[in-house]
Design a protein. Structure first.
Length: 248
């Protein structure tokens, strides 16, 4: 494992109880950071925090609820004194189906978590980063946000929106040493697969030239660099980790 210096940095990882979020949390801690896991499954988050160690706290936060996010921010600041890094990782896929088969309620639920959530978290935490004149924000988007997966329009649209949010916010904060970047992974074998049909899983795998899904540890390594001081000139950018699938 290459060493990334996150010593004395304090991070928030949304959806950090499992999957990508847990791997990112583990990599951050091994790099010297303290991490607040924000997750509505607080029991699982507390279990994860206990397993990783004393540098991790777990907070019950629904990222689509502005009041819950503000409470989470305040609790994190009380525990750590600062927030240097925000990883907007929390996300859901919604049910697979064509656009005309998708319920409006399912569409709206996916948008609330995947797009409204990062906006709400950024809105709450950016002022703290501006006051510090330091921050790193990493948005976990998806290759689906670049290409648009059939039978997953709500998920694809939410991730495309997250890429655009990254670019807009990155430009707004570029002069303040607060950098905002996105990553666009291919799918990984995590609990999110439980929300998909096997047909859709097989479709995603067929599109990856590497012939396998991304490993959560591989994504975490990229995110750790983006969260570090070594990432000093990239902002509003999209970093691909799709095993060769990306067409741009």
């Amino acid at each position: 494992m290459n060493q990334i210096d996150l010593n004395n940095r304090c991070a928030v990882v949304t959806g950090g109880a499992q999957g990508f979020g847990r791997a990112i949390t583990e990599r951050f801690v091994s790099s010297g950071a303290k991490v607040a896991i924000w997750d509505p499954d607080v029991r699982l988050a507390e279990k994860t925090a206990k397993e990783i160690g004393d540098a991790v706290i777990a907070l019950d936060v629904d990222v689509s609820d502005p009041l819950a996010v503000e409470k989470g921010r305040d609790a994190t600041l009380k525990a750590f004194g600062r927030i240097d890094i925000l990883v907007n990782n929390a996300g859901i896929t919604g049910r697979n189906g064509t656009v005309w088969e998708t319920d409006l309620a399912d569409w709206q639920r996916v948008m609330r978590i995947n797009l409204d959530g990062p906006f709400i978290c950024c809105k709450a935490i950016v002022p703290t980063m501006l006051a510090q004149q330091y921050g790193r924000i990493i948005n976990i988007a998806s290759i689906a946000g670049k290409e648009g997966n059939p039978n997953a329009a709500h998920y694809s649209a939410s991730k495309a929106g997250l890429i655009a949010l990254t670019k807009s916010l990155g430009k707004e904060l570029a002069a303040h040493n607060v950098l905002v970047n996105a990553v666009t992974p291919a799918a990984a074998k995590t609990a999110i697969f439980d929300q998909m049909t096997q047909t859709h899983i097989d479709f995603m795998l067929s599109k990856i030239p590497k012939g396998r899904f991304v490993k959560v540890e591989e994504l975490a390594a990229m995110v750790a660099w983006l969260a570090s001081e070594d990432c000093a000139f990239s902002t509003g950018a999209v970093f691909d980790i799709s095993g060769g699938r990306a067409t741009y």
